[in-house]
Design a protein around this ligand. Sequence first.
Ligand SMILES: CC(C)(COP(=O)(O)OP(=O)(O)OC[C@H]1O[C@@H](n2cnc3c(N)ncnc32)[C@H](O)[C@@H]1OP(=O)(O)O)[C@@H](O)C(=O)NCCC(=O)NCCS
Length: 170
Amino acid sequence: MQGRPAINSFTIMNELVLPNDTNSFGNLMGGRLMYWMDIAAALSAMKHSNTPCMTASVDNISFKNPIKLGNIVHIEAKVTRAFHTSMEIYLKVWGEDSLHQYQYESNEAYFTFVALDPNGKPRPVPVLIPETEEEIKLFDGALRRRQLRLILAGKMKPDDANELKALFSK
Ligand SMILES: CC(C)(COP(=O)(O)OP(=O)(O)OC[C@H]1O[C@@H](n2cnc3c(N)ncnc32)[C@H](O)[C@@H]1OP(=O)(O)O)[C@@H](O)C(=O)NCCC(=O)NCCS
C-alpha cells in the first residue's frame, strides 16, 4: 500500500456556540466539544485511510479556557502516524471571540482510530509520510504515546514498551 502525506488528512471544522450547546455558566459544554472533536478526528482518519473508521481511544483532555456562548470553535485535526490498522490523530482546538477580535486556546488532544473492513474488522492502513518539522516531531513521539495508551488500556505489558523504556534509560 502506498504511503500518504500527513497533509492529506488535514481537517478543519468550525462551529458556532449556540445556547443549546452551553452549560449553566454560559460556556460550551465539554461533552459537546468532545463530540465535535470526535467527528473532526474521524474525518481526518477517513481521509488518510479512505475507509470507515472507529474511535478506539481518546487520551487525556485538559480544557485550558472555556469557550463562550456566541464564540466560534476552531478544530484542526491531522493524522500523526499510522500503525498497522490504527492511526493517531492530533487535534488543536481554540475559540474565537469575533466581537472583540481575539482567539484563545481551548485544548490539544490525541485520538486513536481504527480502520474497518466491510465486516467491521480492523483493516490495514497506508503508512503516513510526515513532511513538515511539526509533522516529523509528532510522528517521532507517536510510538511512545501509543505504548503508554496501550499499557493503560491493559493491551501491552510495560516490559514490552521499548520506546518508553528508552526514554527513562537515556
Ligand atoms: C477498537 C477496536 C476495533 C479494536 O479491535 P480489537 O479486536 O481490539 O482489535 P486489535 O486488538 O487487533 O486492535 C486493532 C488495533 O486497534 C488498536 N487498539 C486497540 N485498543 C486500543 C486502545 N485502547 N487504544 C489505542 N489503540 C487501540 C490496536 O493497537 C491495533 O492497532 P494496530 O493494528 O495499528 O497495531 C475494538 O476494540 C472496538 O470495536 N471497540 C469499540 C469502539 C467503539 O465502539 N468506538 C466508539 C465509541 S462508542
